[in-house]
Design a protein around this ligand. Structure first.
Ligand code: ATP
Length: 197
């Protein structure tokens, strides 16, 4: 079973993915893959420097992710440029990991904020959408060092909650505690096991 897990910034996708991993699912984390491809592909790094300038590099010539994020998320245009450069590399690696895990595991979960943008909702069995109100997401992300403005800027390149809901097979509200989230996912997991999508 291939499961899509998506939602807006700070909704709790990765937290949900960690819980589902404890139930036995393999996780393919698009954020993590994005970070890895940028760090491990010299060709991609060269393309990023060409587009965003040497200011995205540390003094030792490695990628300064914070500096890149600051420049790339400053406007929708530069976010689109970043995505156009990174996503082909990211998606290639994502498909590779899905294929690899699918050979060995009964359930594989793709954790991706841009699942719908990549039309992966058409390739997964169920799509699970995690939701939480903007105010809660801002509070959660502020603990991670992101400002309100940064959260709002980043969510502009993501599907709206209405779009997410319209494509979801299951919507899990994560506005309560982590324990509540776990309870909801436990119930959902039972349903998925029975339906064996
Ligand atoms: P991103 O879009 O940045 O990848 P995400 O949707 O994967 O975010 P998480 O990383 O799972 O979201 O959660 C964002 C932050 O909120 C994390 O620090 C996480 O620990 C916290 N968090 C998630 N769910 C809850 C909850 N129910 N109660 C309290 N904190 C939570």
């Amino acid at each position: 079973m291939l499961i899509g897990l998506t939602g807006q910034i700070g909704a709790g996708k990765s937290t949900a993915a960690k819980i589902l991993a404890q139930f036995g699912a393999a996780i393919v984390d698009a954020d993590m893959i994005g970070r890895q491809v940028v760090e491990h592909s010299p060709t991609l790094l060269r393309k990023l420097v060409k587009r965003f300038g040497k200011g995205i590099l540390s003094p030792t010539g490695r990628l300064n992710r914070k500096a890149l994020a600051k420049i790339a998320f400053a406007s929708p245009r530069s976010t689109r440029a970043l995505n156009a450069l990174v996503h082909p590399y990211l998606l290639r690696e994502l498909y590779r990991q899905v294929k690899l895990h699918s050979k060995r595991r009964k359930a594989v979960i793709i954790d991706a904020a841009l699942l719908l943008n990549w039309r992966l909702d058409r390739e997964v069995d169920p799509t699970i959408v995690i939701t939480a109100p903007l105010a809660i997401r801002i509070k959660r992300m502020s603990a991670r060092g992101l400002s309100r403005a940064e959260v709002i800027a980043r969510q502009k390149s993501q599907p709206t909650v209405a779009e997410l809901r319209s494509r979801a097979d299951f919507v899990i509200s994560n506005s309560g505690t982590s324990a509540e989230l776990r309870q909801k996912l436990t119930k959902l997991w039972r349903i998925l096991q029975k339906s064996d999508c």
